[in-house]
Ligand binder design. Structure first.
Ligand code: HEM
Length: 253
């Protein structure tokens, strides 16, 4: 390409970039994209999205605990949720955005970290002597396993699309309870769900306290307490979901 053509293509790129930036500013989202352009900003947004996802887990676990109470309670809860379909649609869209932002930033920060490290020695070195893989890498690996689990779980129970499961159609009043127990009664599902929720616990055991640091909460007195709280939170979530996987199918088959 000659210099004139190159300059023209630069102008085209400049003007399209300017009009995009203009639109973003007009929408009032300039601050958000400026935040995402720095690694501190990326970590901040990752921390906020992570904490909001923790909130979803608490609500989801509480609702699923009704599986222990019985068919009637769980179906009533699920139908009450679905009756508010406008609110549910907004909540689902928000949840999807949270997941997508969290996953995108996990990739962006991991690639950024890898680029910042120049050779295999520093790549394998961690702050903890004797440990080959650092906390960030474990977070990326455990997060990827949880992502795989969530995709399978949505196919299983949000869209009821797994082959070989004896689903009831959504309009059947008994569908929420029946379909959940049918999925969990499948031996392969039980293994996958068990591994999925334990790895989720591993992810949370570091992620919960790390999110507080990412949003700027770092205090000599409270940070050690938040670390302990993070471990307790991880155990409660993992054991809570795992107890459903282990006991519910046997109780209601
Ligand atoms: C034994 C454990 C679990 C059971 C029995 C369970 C059950 C369910 C059921 C029945 C639904 C369908 C809800 C509906 O259509 O209204 C659902 C949706 C969902 N679950 Fe789970 N779940 C479990 C664990 C998890 C975990 C560990 C996560 C996240 C890491 C998770 C994330 C989701 C998400 C994102 C949805 C879609 C929410 C929506 O669109 O409303 N679930 N789950």
């Amino acid at each position: 390409m000659n210099a004139v053509a190159a300059a023209r293509s630069d102008n085209v790129t400049d003007s399209s970039t300017q009009s995009r930036t203009g639109l973003i500013d007009r929408l009032g989202l300039g601050w958000f994209f400026r935040l995402l352009s720095s690694s501190i900003g990326q970590k901040f947004v990752m921390g906020v999205t992570g904490l909001l996802l923790c909130g979803f887990l608490v609500a989801h676990l509480a609702g699923n605990m009704l599986l222990f109470v019985g068919e009637k309670s769980f179906n009533e809860y699920a139908h009450a949720l679905h009756a508010q379909w406008e609110l549910l649609a907004i909540a689902e869209a928000g949840l999807l955005l949270l997941f997508l932002a969290h996953i995108y930033l996990a990739f962006a920060t991991t690639i950024g970290n890898l680029k910042a490290r120049t050779n295999t020695y520093t790549l394998r070195q961690t702050k903890v002597p004797g440990r080959i893989i650092g906390a960030n890498s474990w977070m990326f690996i455990s997060g990827s396993v949880v992502l795989g689990f969530v995709i399978l779980h949505l196919i299983d129970l949000r869209f009821a699309l797994r082959s070989g499961i004896d689903y009831l159609v959504e309009s059947d009043p008994g569908a929420p309870f029946h379909n959940t127990v049918a999925v969990l009664s499948n031996p392969l599902s039980r293994v996958i769900y068990f591994v999925g929720v334990i790895v989720l616990g591993v992810h949370l055991s570091h992620g919960f306290s790390s999110a507080f640091q990412s949003v700027g909460f770092n205090h000599p007195k409270y940070t050690p307490m938040i670390k302990i709280l993070g471990k307790i939170f991880a155990v409660v979530i993992a054991v809570g979901f795992a107890s459903i996987v282990v006991f519910v199918p046997g109780m209601w088959k």
